[in-house]
Every structure is written in C-alpha cells, then in structure tokens.
Design a protein around this ligand. Structure first.
Ligand code: HEM
Length: 400
C-alpha cells in the first residue's frame, strides 16, 4: 500500500507506478497537489479525453499564467482551446505536420542525428546522454522547422524550459523578473521571424502558417504567435524524454539492448513500447465545465482532473502483462500521444526524430551501460524523464 496520495511526493516521482496501480484499483479520487481528481483507468481516461464539452482543455492553461506574468501567448494556443475554436485552429495548422512536410525534413533530421552521434562518440569516459544528445535533437529540429539560425538553437531550449517550468515552478521575485523578460524576448524573436517570412516566404513552418487556406482564410498574427509558443513545451521536453527513457529502459535490460543493437529494424517497435511503458507525456489536465459523474464518482463544476496517461498505459484490462517491457507485444492502441481532438499533432514528427536519432546512434554502438544508479527523475507531473543519464558507450568497431 503506497504511503501517500501526493502525486508530487519525491518517492512517487521516483517510481509512480505502485501509486498508479492503487489508483486504478480504487477508481477516480482526489489527490495532492491541489485536490485534483485523478483519473487512471484506461476507459476513464478515454472517456475524459473524448469529451471536451464536459472536460475542457482550459484546465491546462491555469498554470501557465501566474499572477506575476502579464501575458503568455501559449494560453491562447490550440492545446488549451475547446471546439469550435480548437477545430478551426487545428484544421489550419495540421498541414505543416503532414507526411509531405515530414518527408522534406527527414534527410535534414538524419544529418543532425549523425552529427550528434559523431560528437557524442568523441567524448572519453562516461557521458551524460541527456546533455550531449537527447536535448539537442528536438531543439535543433524545432530550430529547423522555424527556419532559425543554428546559433539561436540553445536559446530555444532556454525558452522551452521557462515555459515548461511555469506550472510547477516556485519562482523567486528575481526569477519572476527573469522569466518575464525571457518570454518577452521570445515574443520579439517570433514577431521578427513572422515579419521576415511575410516579406520573403520560404519553405519553413512560419511561411506555411502565413499562407492563406484554400478558402482564402488566414491565421492572425496572434494565432501564429500562440501556436509557435505552444510548440516549445509540446515539442521539446517530450521528445527529449522519449530518447532518454528509451536508453534508460534499455540500460536495465541487457537482452533487449543486444537485440535492438543487432537489429535496428526493431527500433519502431521498441519506441512504441517505451511510449507505453515509460511515457514521456505522463499526464494532462482538464477543467470540469458542469457538475458531472464519471464511473460513479461525482465531480463538481470547476474541479481539475489530472488525466494519468501513464497509469492508463499500465492498465491490465487493456495491456496484458502491463508491468512487463515487451518489445514484441501485440500492438494495442495506446494513449501516449493523447486521444480525441487534441491527439498529438507532432506524433509523426516525434516518432521520426526518435527513430532517426536511435538509428544513427545504434549504428555506431556495440554496447552501452549506465554509470550511476538510481536515476533522478524530473519533478514534473506532465512529463517524465531523467534529469541526467550518464552512460559509458562502447563504440562499434569500424567497418572494414
Ligand atoms: C514523444 C514525444 C511527444 C509526446 C509523448 C507528446 C504527447 C502529447 C500529448 C499527450 C498531447 C495531448 C495533450 C492533451 O490532450 O492535453 C499532445 C498534444 C500536442 N502535441 Fe505532442 N507529444 C510529443 C511530441 C510532439 C512534437 C514533436 C510536437 C511538435 C513539434 C508536438 C506538438 C503537439 C501539439 C501542437 C499538441 C496539441 C494538439 C491539439 O491541441 O490539437 N508534440 N502531445
């Protein structure tokens, strides 16, 4: 029996799965922090995510606009809107993440992944996979998408961190000033970018967003700004953790590690099982819009529901042997990219990035091992991944 029902307790963040099992057993109930209602069974999670009328995504916006921040465009983005506003925005931006756009990006992402692998292998002794590889790939891909200069990529990562840390962060007065200035400078950077692309369009995401739709409708400056803002928290941390969680899981499983290093065609299956077993997008939030009942539990209007995707992904009713990591698992639909109208817009891109990253890396490795135990996990409820991942890499012998 877990000692606490506080989702943010350090021992729960270190290993949340025993508490998730308990929650699935007891059903929907209130937890800390904040007396949110935790939804953990597969069927209940699906029910919440496919019903934006009763469970609004405005719940997500609450943490992103603390009283000391005058404005934050991310709260106006599609992630935090419900239909019909969401439907219009989503319809308008989807094309930029479709198969044609991704096919054009693929060779550039592969080149990035090979370059990062090369740099990683230059390191002697243990290396922090997070700092040296996982962090760089998704940030650089967003930089490519935005059409930014490579020297601006590190700043992109800082901006993403400032946004991601808003909901959980305890910001000192000095930090508040710094974050206010940081987000204002992000807005200036995007405003310049939008202006540049208005004057001379290219083949990047911003130019695509500026193009009128087939019916002649266009996105406003504010709508483009809020979408670009949203891509930072949505597209960086999640994909960084997918890469890191994959290596973390493999570092504990010599047999599976040997299999995937020997046969890289297994990488897509491997990634799907990591997404289920140690999901980087760990949970989401919803706001209850009217007094309602879910699986026999009464939820008051205004309540916040924490949708525990990671708990649902270990639900035995949907995934036999749910606590086992099985690369050969028969595929069942999983919720790692959400469900319903907000299903992750970047799911194909994230899978592509992670696959190309691992293909580049595994093609150059004979083996690897972890050099520190236990892992320290990011203190976040929304995303799960290690703060650092020190690895000893054993390069593959050069091909003759
Ligand atoms: C492994 C990596 C990723 C995971 C696990 C992930 C997970 C998720 C989840 C669970 C949602 C639904 C949130 C909700 O319903 O409240 C979501 C939405 C979203 N994701 Fe991802 N994501 C990943 C990568 C990306 C990338 C690379 C991008 C873009 C660069 C992206 C862009 C988005 C956007 C724009 C939405 C909102 C869609 C909407 O509201 O209609 N994601 N993601």
């Amino acid at each position: 029996m877990p000692r606490t029902l506080d989702l943010m307790a350090p021992e729960v963040r270190a290993n949340p799965y025993p508490l998730y099992a308990e929650l699935r057993h007891t059903g929907i109930r209130q937890v800390e922090p904040g007396g949110m209602w935790a939804v953990s069974r597969y069927e209940d999670v699906v029910a919440v995510m496919k019903d934006p009328r009763r469970f609004s995504s405005a719940g997500l916006g609450q943490g992103f606009l603390p009283p000391w921040l005058p404005r934050n465009p991310v709260t106006e983005s599609l992630v935090m809107k419900d239909p019909p506003v969401h439907t219009r925005l989503r319809g308008r931006v989807s094309r930029a993440f479709g198969p044609a756009a991704l096919a054009a990006l693929e060779p550039r992402i592969r080149a990035l992944a090979e370059q990062l692998t090369e740099q990683l292998l230059l390191q002697q002794g243990p290396v922090d996979f997070m700092a040296r590889f996982a962090l760089h790939l998704p940030v650089s891909v967003l930089g490519l998408l935005f059409g930014l200069e490579p020297q601006q990529y590190p700043r992109l990562k800082e901006w993403a961190d400032d946004l991601v840390n808003l909901p959980a962060g305890r910001h000192s007065p000095e930090e508040q000033v710094r974050v206010r200035e940081s987000l204002a400078s992000l807005e200036r950077c995007f405003a310049e970018l939008i202006q540049t692309r208005r004057e001379s369009p290219g083949d990047d995401l911003v130019s695509e967003l500026l193009r009128p739709d087939t019916d002649g409708s266009v996105l406003s400056q504010e709508e483009i700004m809020s979408f670009l803002f949203a891509l930072l928290p949505a597209g960086v941390e999640t994909t960084v953790y997918l890469l890191a969680n994959t290596l973390a899981v493999l570092s504990e499983r010599p047999e599976e590690r040997a299999r995937v290093l020997a046969d890289r065609s297994l990488i897509p299956r491997l990634l799907e099982e990591v997404l289920r077993y140690e999901p980087p997008g760990h949970s989401s939030l919803r706001l209850v819009t009217e007094e309602t009942e879910l699986s026999g539990v009464h939820l008051p209007r205004g309540a916040i529901v924490v949708v525990l995707l990671a708990a649902a992904l270990r639900d035995e009713g949907h995934f036999p042997q749910a606590d086992q990591f099985l690369i050969d698992r028969e595929r069942a639909s999983h919720l790692a990219f959400g469900h319903g109208v907000h299903y992750c817009l970047g799911a194909m891109l994230a899978r592509l990035e992670a696959r190309l990253g691992l293909e580049a890396l595994f093609s150059r490795l004979q083996d690897f091992s972890r050099t520190s135990d236990p892992l320290h996990w990011a203190p976040s409820l929304i995303a799960r991944g290690p703060l650092a991942l020190p690895l000893q890499l054993i390069p593959a012998p050069p091909l003759r």
